[in-house]
Ligand binder design. Structure first.
Ligand code: HEC
Ligand code: HEC
Length: 249
């Protein structure tokens, strides 16, 4: 065996190694030139603000792109999870949150929960005084004959929501409120069982949905729109999102 046969096959390996090293150096130089993309919260929410607004104010008027600003953080994080799990259905949302980790969603939720932006008044459909009165009755007293609890019994005296998982209803547009109540009935919105809002939405008649959405959307905003303290209400129905188990409805 002569030494040349040993060296010959080694030559291309050296060449490949040198080439690889040169490529690495070039790549490193390019990387140093390229602007570094920082992983900031602003960037994470950039994917959301085209629809929801920079401060989560939503679409004024219709609320087709819902307001996120000021809604309790755990509530917002839960909604993202529900879109991820297919419990809530809206393709662009499902797609946008598909890759997000729970920690990421929590961080984004906290950003929007902390935003304070004014509520905009939204247009009401023409409804009679009797309809508004029926809506107001459902909001503050409910309808025991139809086993509909007062909305205020869970959403708070001023309908501003209750920490950590119950959103406020006051200030939300008529279109958004009636669309959400409809979506629980058509199974395009749901959450962990027992899903108290699905139960309630199914006990409301179509005219009750119009009435309650109109009454809520026409209410004056209270001076303080923050959600009430955790534990300040006793829900009259079990809600999975509030930690209840079983069904007992
Ligand atoms: C293409 C527009 C679009 C984009 C982009 C988008 N959303 Fe949405 N989002 C919507 C719509 C529309 C709904 C309401 C869907 C429904 O209930 O039918 C919604 C609902 C939500 C809800 C539930 C609101 C509530 O009060 O129940 C949350 C939370 C939310 N989006 C967060 C986000 C976050 C966070 C991002 C970015 C990571 C994002 N969205 C990106 C359109 C969008
Ligand atoms: C037993 C407690 C309870 C009662 C009573 C109740 N709600 Fe709710 N509601 C909830 C909880 C909890 C959520 C959050 C649901 C979720 O995370 O999916 C919610 C969510 C909502 C939302 C979604 C808001 C948003 O930002 O998307 C609407 C609309 C709503 N409720 C309307 C009503 C109306 C109208 C009434 C009265 C007829 C009512 N609720 C009565 C517990 C209740």
């Amino acid at each position: 065996m002569n030494t040349n046969t040993k060296l010959r096959p080694a030559t291309p390996i050296v060449a490949v190694a040198l080439l690889a090293a040169a490529m690495l150096i070039a790549a490193a130089a390019r990387a140093a030139d390229a602007p570094k993309i920082p992983d900031t919260l602003q960037q994470r929410i950039a994917a959301c603000t085209t629809c929801h607004g920079v401060h989560g104010e939503g679409t004024p008027g219709s609320g087709y792109f819902p307001r996120l600003a000021g809604k309790p953080a755990a509530y917002l994080a839960r909604q993202m999870q529900d879109f991820q799990n297919g419990l809530r259905k809206y393709a662009p949302m499902e797609y946008t949150v598909r890759q997000l980790s729970p920690a990421y969603m929590q961080e984004i939720a906290e950003y929007f929960a902390a935003q304070q932006v004014p509520y905009s008044r939204s247009p009401l459909p023409p409804v009679s005084a009797a309809t508004l009165q029926r809506g107001e009755q459902l909001v503050s007293k409910g309808d025991p004959a139809s086993r509909i609890p007062a909305c205020a019994s869970c959403h708070g005296n001023q309908l501003t929501g209750v920490q950590p998982s119950t959103p406020g209803l006051v200030g939300l547009p008529y279109d958004y409120l009636s669309a959400q109540l409809g979506s629980w009935r058509t199974h395009t919105r749901g959450t962990v069982a027992p899903d108290c809002m699905a139960v309630i939405a199914n006990r409301l008649s179509d005219s009750d949905i119009t009435a309650v959405a109109a009454a809520l959307a026409s209410r004056q905003l209270p001076a303080d729109t923050h959600a009430q303290a955790a534990g300040s209400v006793t829900p009259p129905l079990p809600c999975g999102v509030l930690g209840a188990t079983g069904d007992g409805t």
